[in-house]
Design a protein around this ligand. Sequence first.
Ligand code: G3H
Length: 541
Amino acid sequence: MMIKEKINAMFPAEQDIPAEFRLSSEIHQKELLINGKMIKWNGDSQQVYSPIHTYKDGKLEAKLLGSFPIAGEKEAQMALDAAVKAFDNGRGEWPTMSIAERISCMENFTKLMIQKKAEVVNLLMWEIGKTYGDSLKEFDRTVEYIFNTIDELKKLDRDASRFVIDSGIIGQIRRAPLGVVLCMGPFNYPLNETYTLLIPALLMGNTVMFKPPKHGTLLHCPLYECFLKAFPKGVFNTVYGKGSNVVPTLMSSGKVNVLTLIGSSKVADQLKKMHPKVNRLRAILGLDAKNAAIVTDSADLELSVKECILGSLSFNGQRCTAIKIIFVHKSKADAFVKRFSEEVNKLKAGMPWEKDVTLTPLPEPGKPEYLQKCIEDAKANGAQVCNEEGGYNYKSFSFPAVLYPVNEKMICYREEQFGPLVPIVPFEDIEEPINYLITSDHGQQVSIFGQDTAMLADLIDPLVNQVCRVNINCQCQRGPDTFPFTGRKDSAEGTLSVNDAIRSFSIRTMVAAKQTEANKDIINHIVESGESNFLSTRFIF
Ligand code: G3H
């Protein structure tokens, strides 16, 4: 079968979906988790359609998965009030609880969460079209992230379970919570990336308002009962509704202490400005990126092709860390484009549950049309689509387009396409890709390919001051999660990793006293009585 025919035949009839991946029923969420209660919702609902189309009575239709509440300002205010009350100016049960007790709540949550794995993984596939393998990985990586964060917090707490004495002052320094956190995750890693914000925020003693992403929303629903069972009331609250309607209510209240989101820099910028006292707001953000690959003349062709395919087209290019533009030295460009195009056309398109599938339907409505617009624009400015059927769209599916030679007049040169479109730019002088990075609004990562060590060294030194991760002979990526994940310019604010995130969501705070006999007695008494969770030398093993 030709590529086009295969694509046209990719969507299944209901009876062709393997039994284990069928949805047992639609999920119509009619409740909001606020202040430790599931509150009935009788208002408007947003219907959720899958990017996966199925045949019904011979007609191909996007499958209805369920619906979620379109709540309003009133409910957002209720969530805010609950989070503020649970924090209670730092006097609430959660922020004053010992770290060991907080960890125990989180462990209980994780135990409950693991029981929901099959349901969440299936919804990941249906809601955002992520392959079964990647959906499983997303769930497992999240659970591992939670355990690793707990371990890291234990280490941090052990180090803080002692006193320091300097210049006649005795001090105990710990990390304390910041307050009320508004947490919003992205649609491409709706579970994992959201939880890499949510989990450290909670563990550090903050209270949270959680707004689910616009796609990958329903998969959070089965997990709400786990939050309900594991945490004190008001610690975790949901916010539903149109962002432009409900989020300003929260931000303009001045009661949000931390804004954490993975999304667009434009939105983050607007939200920060809504806070009446910006200095009281901490922002922890993962934002736009347009990571480049630079394939130099000494690069191993096959290795660069393999890594650039992975980097640009894993999950259809819908990763913030994806390689979104490839610069190839002119001496290698023709061979690279040819081999790259051949490899793209070997990728299997299909349903997320199919074995060895890579290319799947896209969750964002209008995305295939946007990609088409970029292709037409590139063609009008002198590029060609180099792979057979590149850019072919069918319903929610778009076959990857390899565009070459790309130049600065084209939309795809600067815009973050966040989809299956690979712009390739030939270069003669290494200054060209370096200048591209310098003049870019983004500064997350870069991948450099080459075997000439002197050339690589020459590139590394200027590039580490442009981006926050320089990958040698491999694709860009966030993991492993112990590595710092951040960016310069419009790509990020703050640093995330197992280790960094618990610091991002807390502040160093200390108790200090002059080193007098009387003060030593007071401190010893408090420590021995175990009456304070902060001033304590208790050790978590
Ligand atoms: O969307 C951005 C994700 O953080 C990417 O994570 O590089 O591990 O796929 P990853």
